[in-house]
Ligand binder design. Structure first.
Ligand code: MLC
Ligand code: AMP
Length: 482
């Protein structure tokens, strides 16, 4: 296979990575990543402490050059989540920035400090980029309906195929300067948001954290041409754009605004367009599949849909009894199933879960959608009420319920996602206390989940009840809650 990032050899004269005041051109990125790759010889798999920094980007590129699969870790993971991911993925070392402070759970791992200061002409070992497309490149952890997160193994082929497919749909070129503020431990921020611009030979400007002011500056005076965000970010931009002319001008001047990871409500599409003249393009993806569909730059603009299948991806709708939905009537609902080189290889250490995820070679997404006469897909919901999308993060209800049940004074717990204008869905915990006169403290329950799992998994609301609605089998009927 050809190099995943050809610009490391061609070294165009432009910044590759901009994180705050740190900017790395291609020669320096290549030198730093190659130096790291040399240090990774002999490692089977490494983890990276995925702060939103240039060190994380260099760490991942170095591991890709070395052919060493890399596991991005959320630096805010709680002790339980982190211990699970480290035990499951068994990395031989942890790549970190020089100043990262590690929690005790990660402190036992050999640490490799990533540098970004290698002089471009330093003598560094020839890189060892593997020749095989099927070599695992990334292992990204993602929540399921039950149990702890699963490691999704993504090959070099999947990364390259998906990045080239979206480049085709978005006319994404080396001239683009991508702006974003997404976390680097999921595929949106890391694969699309960092490896995407590098594969094109362009530039990424990462904002560290999302603020309306920084987006305005990056798309305005700093010359950004594209913005990637989750709907929560676009919602906040839509709220501000009506009364902030500088923001409206910056958004209106961008070549492309892309939203993904969850549905962007029509109202936010409309507010952004009326304030800025710009249109937001939606694309649909998943950790296991990378990108599947998108509204195309050269196609019809269809807000409220996730567009058409990407060039290399087969997409079909399947009804409850397993037969293919042939109708393109914008009404008949089926489960989205996908096939193509963009798909993951397996769930790490979970052959059963991998087998269950496929139907005759097609990956079952669990997302329900319609298809219209122009071939545009509209996502209408999910098969399971146990998967919540909050702020663009996928969160499994079961994992949070198990965590809540450990807390003193909790007899029963159920977790649901309730519609929320900012987060899309917000996590609500339904708690049956052991003693109704002595209920656990709601803030302490949220803190418990944040500290054990991750802050974005914490319940934003706790509702106490005397009993959970259950069916004859004893299963909680979540649709009756709320
Ligand atoms: C609050 N905080 C707590 C806390 N309460 N911390 C610990 N314990 C508690 N009890 C802290 C948080 O750590 C954070 O700190 C701050 O309060 C706000 O946290 P938040 O409420 O979670 O942030 P919020 O403002 O809601 O974040 C919105 C957001 C974020 C949009 C910025 O949700 C986000 O980055 N989403 C991106 C998700 C994503 O990338 N998904 C892609 C998945 S891949 P501080 O210091 O920050 O203030 C995928 C495939 C595809 O889906 O198709 O793309
Ligand atoms: P994750 O497992 O975090 O990768 O999340 C993947 C899920 O995000 C998909 O299965 C969808 O439910 C959802 N998703 C991603 N993009 C979109 C979109 N544009 N519209 C609606 N849902 C989306």
């Amino acid at each position: 296979m050809s190099a995943l990032i050809p610009a490391l050899d061609k070294q165009p004269a432009k910044p590759a990575l901009c994180f705050g005041d740190t900017a790395l051109g291609y020669p320096r990125l290549a030198a730093s990543a190659r130096a790291l790759a040399g240090r990774l010889a002999g490692h089977g798999r490494v983890a990276v402490w995925a702060t939103p920094t240039a060190e994380t980007a260099v760490g991942v590129v170095g591991a890709l050059l070395a052919g060493v699969p890399v596991v991005p870790l959320n630096p805010r993971s709680g002790d339980r989540e982190l211990a699970h991911i480290l035990a499951d993925s068994a990395p031989s070392a942890l790549l970190t920035g020089p100043d990262d402070e590690l929690p005790e759970t990660a402190a036992g791992l050999p640490r490799i400090t990533v540098g970004t200061e290698e002089p471009a002409d330093a003598a560094v070992p020839e890189h060892m980029e593997p020749g095989q497309d099927s070599v695992p490149a990334l292992i990204v952890y993602t929540s399921g309906t039950t149990g702890p997160p699963k490691g999704v193994v993504l090959s070099r082929r999947a990364l390259a195929a998906s990045l080239d497919d979206v480049a085709d749909a978005w006319q994404w070129s080396a001239d683009d300067v991508l702006v974003h503020a997404l976390p680097l431990f999921h595929v949106h921020g890391l694969v699309l948001g960092v490896l995407g611009p590098l594969r094109r030979g362009g530039t990424v400007r990462h904002l560290g954290r999302f603020t309306v002011e920084d987006v305005t500056r990056a798309l305005g005076e700093q010359g950004g041409t594209m913005l990637f965000g989750v709907p929560t970010m676009y919602h906040r931009l839509a709220e501000a754009a009506g009364t902030d002319p500088a923001l409206a001008q910056a958004l209106g001047g961008a070549r492309l605004l892309v939203s993904g990871s969850a549905a962007l409500p029509l109202r936010d599409h409309e507010r952004i367009t009326s304030a800025t003249g710009a249109r937001v393009i939606e694309r649909y993806g998943m950790t296991e599949t990378l990108m599947n569909t998108s509204v195309r730059v050269d196609g019809p603009h269809r807000p409220g849909t996730v567009g058409v299948p990407l060039r290399g991806v087969d997409v079909r709708l399947v009804d409850d009894d397993g037969s293919r939905v042939e109708a393109s009537d914008g009404e008949t609902v089926g489960e989205i199933q996908v096939r193509g080189p963009n798909l993951f290889t397996e769930y790490l250490n979970r052959p059963g879960a991998t087998a269950d995820a496929f139907a005759g070679g097609w990956f079952r997404t669990g997302d329900m959608a319609t298809r219209d006469a122009e071939g545009c897909y509209r996502i209408v919901g999910r098969r399971s009420t146990d998967l919540i999308k909050s702020g663009g993060y996928k969160i499994g209800a079961g994992e949070i319920e198990n965590c809540l049940l450990e807390y003193p004074g909790v007899r029963e717990a159920a977790v649901t996602g309730v519609s929320d204008p900012d987060l899309g869905e917000r996590i609500v915990a339904w708690i049956v206390p052991a003693d109704d006169a002595d209920r656990p403290d709601a803030a302490a329950l949220a803190e418990h989940v944040a500290g054990r799992l991750a802050p974005h998994k914490r319940p934003r609301e706790v509702r106490f009840t005397t009993a959970l609605p259950r069916n004859d089998m004893g299963k909680v009927m979540k649709r009756e809650l709320g």
